[in-house]
Design a protein around this ligand. Sequence first.
Ligand code: ATP
Length: 357
Amino acid sequence: MTTVTLEHVSKSFHQESSKITAIDNVSLKIPSGDVLAILGPSGCGKSTLLRLIAGIFQPETGRVLYDDHDLQEIPSMNRGIGMVFQEGALVPHWESRKTVGFFLSLRKREAEVPERLKQISKITGIGLEKLLDRFPKQLSGGEQQRIGIARALARDMRVLLFDEPFANLDAKYRMEARVELKRLMNAFPVTSVYVTHDQTEAVALSHRIAVMRDGHIEQMGTYHQLYTNPHNTFVATFIGTPIMNLFEGYVRDGHWQGENFGGFPLRRDLEEGTKVTMGIRPEHMHLVAENGTLGVVESVTPFFAEHHRLVTVHLAGEIWSLMTPLDHQVEVGSTIQCALEPEEVLFFDTKTGIRIG
Ligand code: ATP
């Protein structure tokens, strides 16, 4: 297995007179056998970063290393990259058998193909053999993806790269495909990078997550680290559903004061009047019977599997989200009282978004 290292990598695209910086001075290390998810909004540079790791794009500055070797100096034949794309990217006039066995055939190792296929098919339980005599146009979207994944696995890999492989599948198929892929990744442990904008997928498949924005990495860590210890408001609101509540406020007598809530102690070095944003997750806001902050219920959404309702509440220009147990009836338009768990509040510098408490 291989450790992948990016050292100060940048890449931009030039269009007529304009320049788009897709990747801006990114450094990261993916230890051997690690599965890293790259998560971020559309256009933040996820696919470009993956293509740099794949050697499809060359960095303008910096370098990509596989172990201690610059990727650009490793001949394509020896890079050992398995790549799975969103569209399957199968050759239209090749039967699946030829697609999956292509790499081994090229190296005159056809004899190994049946055993490898049997192994993949057994692990996934998807009956890959059934699909092997079909052309891409005779396969559903999900089946094409399975062939694409089998092709990536049926070769000698150092690194496996996935670019939103299940983005085109419906929700049910997507869940099944994710479970199968997880099984495969456990059976063929290899350094992997998985691009997605779906955090459920990122959590399910990866060990660590890199959250990207505007061509750079905002924060990297386990889902738990990102969820409980976000470095800024972008990560705080990007990770976790429903999203974290943010309230504008300021420093008063060493405490945070907002429109509807206040009195939470702040770092001592903050100047009186400094603008500070308070963040709290909906699961840490509750309806209370008395002494709470008043609000008017705007909407109620039940989540049956999670046994709760998501309630949005409106007061004095602010909208809050909170969770209540499913058996707790809440009427739209009613006035309720709400309280926060003070030990769960986070504070951010309003100007920079950076976490300060
Ligand atoms: P999505 O989730 O929508 O696929 P992404 O996070 O993968 O987006 P990229 O495809 O890496 O984002 O694109 C990053 C930026 O680079 C975007 O602003 C995009 O418009 C731009 N870009 C990507 N490829 C090219 C190209 N070939 N020519 C010009 N600009 C490009």
